[in-house]
Write a protein that binds this ligand. Structure first.
Ligand code: GLU
Length: 419
């Protein structure tokens, strides 16, 4: 019996089973590795602008605290359930271990559709959520960050709420803050730039010249938009983009600057063009060199996996590929080079770690130093995944997760089981 249910948690569980089998982990050790250490649900009442009171449900799941504090984003999304939050926390654990950050994974969020709130209501809800979480988080216990539906401003409100409670400024309580309030240079761009860097490494690996290659990007939030920019800077032609409001496809290439300008002004892609509107699901199946799913979980199922025509699948989102699709992609290993999510989107949490370190030391780095260190970490993780995949004769996801799970497992085993 578990409180963690739903398709996203089932997916994290199924993926873990594959890795546990691959690593021959004894059955009685598996639940200790998979199930989250703690989960908190909170009711967040706020005053709405019309004077009424509304209650929103908030969650925080801390997967394991064996390698240090837990770390992970806070998601504001309408259908958020605890099973999804737990899955995302588990993936954060494998991600932090793969990049060797001294963290366990966590994730949290509120079941709310952010556009349905005014700015004032969003501030009320952000502050109330953090206030409810004060007993459970701390700079050495659990450190939050942005995720879908939250941003730098929300992190600034979180930091301020926690700090007011402590009676002093505690910058290191959250990452992904604005630079003006203890954030780091490069954090906002980190995930998307990391995607660009890793795609370039993958291109080298398969002998593809990035200049003139074609790319399709699904999702136009902080990850997708910066990833697109970063691929375009490498000379790639962006032939398709989509968000939850619109989808555009033009094999001659889309105007990247115009897309960015439109999204910055309107907040969404809708209204950019009528001429190149396209079917969102079919966009993913179009012929291109690089496909970047950077939106939500489970968008690539077995059917799409058989029809993908990309050479590199760069998973900017968390969990965009179902386990059934993974089986198909495993068969197509020579045709489609997968950069698995826990590697591909790790740039965000790596620079979050840098932000936390800078806040703790009150010694701030310039952007060049941040980026240099980020690429060093990603380069090393990429090499390790490649070497492991080759050595074990497995796909990149299995290799990446095997490294992550193994590191968490060995930390647990050397520390022992108390009492
Ligand atoms: N939400 C991001 C992720 O899924 C970043 C987490 C963080 O920076 O702690 O990786």
């Amino acid at each position: 019996m578990t409180i963690y249910t739903g398709p996203v948690f089932d997916m994290a569980r199924q993926q873990f089973r594959v890795i546990a089998d691959h690593l021959d982990i004894p059955l009685d050790e598996r639940e200790r590795l998979l199930f989250p250490k703690r989960a908190v649900t909170v009711a967040c009442p706020i005053h709405r602008d019309d004077g009424s009171v509304a209650v929103f449900h908030g969650y925080r799941v801390q997967h394991h605290l064996t390698r240090g504090p837990t770390k992970g984003g806070t998601r504001f999304s309408a259908d958020l359930r605890i099973g999804e939050v737990a899955a995302l926390a588990i993936w954060m654990s494998w991600k932090c271990a793969l990049t060797n950050l001294p963290y366990g994974g966590a994730k949290g969020g509120v079941a709310v559709d952010p556009p349905s709130l005014s700015r004032h209501e969003l501030e009320n809800l952000s502050r109330r959520y953090m206030q409810e979480m004060i007993p459970f988080v701390g700079p050495h216990t659990d450190v939050m960050a942005p995720d879908m539906g939250t941003n730098e401003q929300v992190m600034a409100w979180f930091m301020d709420t926690y700090s007011m409670h402590q009676g002093r400024t505690v910058m290191e309580i959250v990452t992904g803050k604005p630079v003006a309030s203890g954030g780091t240079e490069g954090r906002r761009e980190a995930t998307g730039r990391g995607v660009g860097f890793l795609v370039e490494r993958a291109c080298q690996k398969i002998g593809l010249n990035p200049s003139g290659a074609t790319a399709v990007v699904q999702g136009f939030g902080n990850v997708g938009s910066v990833a697109m920019q970063s691929l375009a800077e490498r000379g790639m032609r962006i032939i398709g983009v989509a968000d939850h409001t619109a989808c555009y496809y033009d094999p001659r290439g889309l105007n990247v600057n115009a897309l960015l300008k439109h999204a910055a002004a309107k907040g969404v892609l809708a209204g950019f063009s009528n001429e190149v509107a396209f079917h969102p699901r079919e966009l993913l199946a179009q012929k291109c060199d690089v496909l970047v799913p950077a939106a939500i979980e489970r968008v690539i199922d077995a059917d799409l996996a058989t029809r993908l025509q990309c050479r590199i699948l760069a998973e900017g989102a968390n969990g965009p590929t179902t386990p059934e699709a993974d089986e198909v992609l495993d068969q197509r290993r020579r045709e489609v080079f997968v950069i698995p999510d826990i590697l591909c989107n790790a740039g965000g949490v790596v620079v979050s770690y840098f932000e936390w370190v800078q806040d703790l030391q009150q010694l701030f780095w310039d952007e060049a130093e941040v980026m240099h260190r980020l690429y060093q970490v990603l380069h090393k993780a990429f090499q390790q995944v490649m070497a492991r995949a080759e050595h074990d004769g497995v796909g990149h996801r299995t290799a990446a997760m095997a490294i992550g799970v193994e590191r968490v497992r060995s930390a647990k085993n050397v520390r022992g089981l108390f009492p």
